[in-house]
Design a protein around this ligand. Sequence first.
Ligand code: ADP
Ligand code: MG
Length: 316
Amino acid sequence: ATPAATMVGTAIGARNGVLFKGGDVLERVHEVDTVVFDKTGTLTKGEMELTDVEVIGPAADGGTLKPETGRTEAFVLEVAASAEHASEHPLAEAIVEGARERGIEVEDPDEFENVPGQGVKATTRHGRVLVGNRKLLSEAGVDTKPAEERMDALEREGKTAMLVALADGANESSDPDYRLIGIVADADTVKESAKAAVSGLRERGLGVWLITGDNERTARAVAEEVGIDPDNVMADVLPEDKADAVDELQSNGDQAMMVGDGVNDAPALAAASVGCAIGSGTDVAIEAGDVTLLRDDPADVVKAIRVSEATLQKIK
Ligand code: ADP
Ligand code: MG
């Protein structure tokens, strides 16, 4: 585009809450074939709420837990919340908040480790705790099968279900004997304009994808809600693998726009032909992006594409 057209396009964008970082970005937006949305915080509000707490067992217990550790939902939630108290993940904050609302006193863990894209490991007054996805627990040697039916049911409702396992705290060995004790689930709400964003892009003939670290069933439930083809869902993608997934989509010569909000998404934003950071996103995401959508609105992706089209048509 001519410098004048670029200036006009950039100004119109800015007036509509769409910030383009430089004139070449306007041209690249115009060439995009595929738009990839992150799920949490991008298509969904990212405001998680605790919805379910379930006890798993006692068959899964093996009888090794101390007798005072009653198998109640309140106990499962107390254990999960004490481990998550040290985490800033939206999933964790919802668990802690949900526990407090239910009158549970949440204590800080003695030790805490965040396992990105999987969950948390902590030592609490109840013992050593794992809260996270199937991968986190199976890698710690926990059989997740007893929870599978319930996990499946919760995920089909679009919820993020997390497994809770506990090992005796007295045993400080590096290889704790974890027992599955329950499930906690959080739910998020899809943003009102997510559906309009997806249909607006599809009408323009663009491919629309969903990428997430969340599991397949939850991801598909959200995809269905916003009108993304279930075949265009990339689930269980670890933060460090999101960029590779974007590269793969572009390997056939397609130009992808990645839309994301989180620290997790920065490498994928950089890998995409156009990285688009959404409103309430982290500074890291905004820095890695070529376009910033100031409002928290996924439909502004369509606006960005329209502005770039208008800008480039002016010079033809
Ligand atoms: P997203 O890509 O949707 O932003 P993440 O990559 O942060 O999600 O996390 C992927 C998955 O790892 C979550 O769906 C959850 O199952 C698990 N997980 C991540 N952090 C936590 C946590 N603090 N507590 C429990 N589970 C977690
Ligand atoms: Mg996210």
